[in-house]
Design a protein around this ligand. Structure first.
Ligand code: UD1
Length: 339
């Protein structure tokens, strides 16, 4: 099956391209390189030994997307390409709504026109807001999003559901990711944030590598065992494999209007301080950090109940948080210029 991977040069996208290849799919990468670069494609090539087709296209460009669909004859689409900085989305909401939603509409229209019937979408646990019950299941009610970024994910899920149910012959799965961390075990691909990272693990690895002075832990007065936030940290390679399973599940569906959502997390929550301690232990490095005030918009605690993805997709997280933190550190060492 030939699969269009939008955002295929990004963090989760690049790892998914590798897993798709391993499973016998033919990935075609589309990326506008807004938050990624061509080195990622080299890394993919080194791991797989293959040079997958790459198109530098913005998914908001309907004409270029249509031309691509006409040329490549896809069997399915995995749509990663999107803006994802929570804080920036609060400052520039229109950019987020425009970029994240127009691209979705462009792709869904192209799929319909060219009879492509399998769609996997990158959603996020952010759609649950601060849940009142933990762990969250797929039936836990979605709450109003804390940020325009989060709202784009909730709206996108609704658009996809409505579209599928209007019987266009498209089957779709939304994967609600928890917190992806880590890097490929070969250290040939990993997370490459542009500028100052806003996510925890790239900030930690850059600090440990001496590129940043100190990490600020955002808040120590939450209602958790050590006062810091709890998250469900999932290895990016495990998350990538969930996309392969999702495509398999879509392929098995006989219902023309199949639509479903799945949590993709490990099912275990760890605090920010537990993660830092594990990072120091597995890598034998000391991290410079201080405790600071809470970050606006942060959810206190969230972790997945992963029964549905375990049972229906036969997907299980295979790697631990320690594995992910070791891989993230090895990747950082690989990309940090020698001093
Ligand atoms: C957020 C979004 C998530 C999105 C992801 C993508 C929410 C609730 N979650 O995840 O949907 O996919 O961003 O960017 O909107 N932390 C520090 N110091 C730092 C950085 C982070 O203490 O320098 C803490 C945060 O307060 C948080 C945890 O580490 O408790 C994880 O933060 P981060 O990696 O930014 O991810 P989320 O905010 O959970």
């Amino acid at each position: 099956m030939k699969i269009l991977v939008t955002g295929g040069a990004g963090f989760i996208g690049s790892h998914t391209v590798v897993e798709l290849d391993k499973a016998g799919f033919e990935p075609v990468i589309v990326d506008n390189l807004y938050n990624s670069n061509l080195d990622v494609l080299e890394g993919i090539k080194e791991i797989t030994g293959k040079d997958f087709p790459f198109y530098q296209i913005d998914c908001n460009n309907a004409e270029q997307i249509r031309a691509l669909f006409a040329k490549e004859k896809f069997d399915g689409v995995i749509h990663f390409a999107a803006y994802k900085a929570v804080g920036e989305s609060v400052e520039k909401p229109l950019n987020y709504y425009e970029n994240n939603l127009i691209s979705l509409l462009v792709l869904l229209r192209a799929m319909k026109e060219f009879n492509v019937d399998k769609f996997v979408f990158s959603s996020s646990c952010t759609v649950y807001g601060q849940p009142t019950e933990l762990p969250v299941t797929e039936n836990t009610p979605r709450l109003p999003a804390n940020s325009p970024y989060g709202n784009t994910k909730a709206i996108a899920e609704d658009i996809i559901r409505d579209h599928v149910h209007s019987a266009p012959g498209i089957k779709a799965i939304c994967l609600r990711y928890f917190n992806p961390i880590g890097a490929h075990e070969t250290s040939l691909i990993g997370e490459l944030p542009n500028g100052v990272p806003s996510n925890l693990v790239p900030f930690i690895t850059q600090t440990a590598a001496g590129l940043r002075k100190s990490l600020t832990v955002f808040g120590s007065d939450y209602d958790t065992p050590d006062g810091t936030c709890i998250r469900d940290f999932i290895h990016v390679v495990d998350l990538a494999k969930a996309h392969v399973k999702a495509l398999g599940l879509l392929d098995e569906q006989t219902d023309a209007d199949y639509y479903d959502v799945f949590n993709v997390g490990t099912g275990e929550g760890y605090t920010v301080l537990e993660l830092i301690k594990t990072f120091e232990e597995v890598n034998g490095v000391k991290l410079n950090y201080t405790i600071g005030p809470r970050r606006a918009g942060d959810v206190e605690k969230i972790y997945a109940q992963s029964d549905k993805v375990n049972n229906v997709m036969k997907w299980h997280a295979e790697k631990s948080m320690a594995d992910a933190l070791r891989d993230a550190w090895n990747w950082q060492l690989k990309i940090t210029p020698e001093k």
